[in-house]
Design a protein around this ligand. Structure first.
Ligand SMILES: [Zn+2]
Length: 140
């Protein structure tokens, strides 16, 4: 990852009361996901109510950050300079081992080797600190 340390900064997400636990958790190197206390749904992206049952009784729990790729896309066309310099970037749907699924970027030195079913894990610090949103890598 050190080869890309000189690229411009990524755009920062806007912190809201709804997404702050996710963003602030990621800044600590943790993946935090919403859980619905009424129906047990695991929710991504952050919302103020459960998309399954509309309950507002939600809580945040830490995820292991380990899972596998359910689907992915290589993105070559970008409008923001840091992404363009790193194309192709990988955007994947990741099914987490401890429940839930999310869209996230996967960082790999071999982006064309990414495949459906590949095991991934949360990018650890210090590499993680470059990325403003939870980011994964192929599992070691
Ligand atoms: Zn629910």
């Amino acid at each position: 990852m050190s080869a890309t340390m000189t690229t411009p900064a990524y755009p920062e997400p806007t912190l809201t009361s709804t997404n702050a636990p996710l963003i602030e958790g990621w800044r600590r190197g943790e993946l935090m996901l919403q859980h619905c206390k009424a129906c047990s749904a695991i929710i991504f992206f952050p919302r103020h109510l459960c998309p399954q049952c509309w309950s507002v009784d939600l809580e945040w729990k830490r995820s292991s950050g380990r899972g596998k790729i359910a689907g992915y896309s290589h993105v070559y066309s970008q409008v923001t300079p840091p992404f363009a310099a790193e194309a192709p970037t990988i955007l994947a749907e990741i099914v987490l081992d401890d429940g839930g699924a999310m869209l996230a970027r996967v960082i790999s030195d071999a982006p064309l080797a990414i495949a459906t079913g590949m095991r991934v894990e949360l990018l650890p610090t210090p590499d993680a600190t470059r990325f403003p949103l939870p980011t994964f890598r192929p599992a070691k």
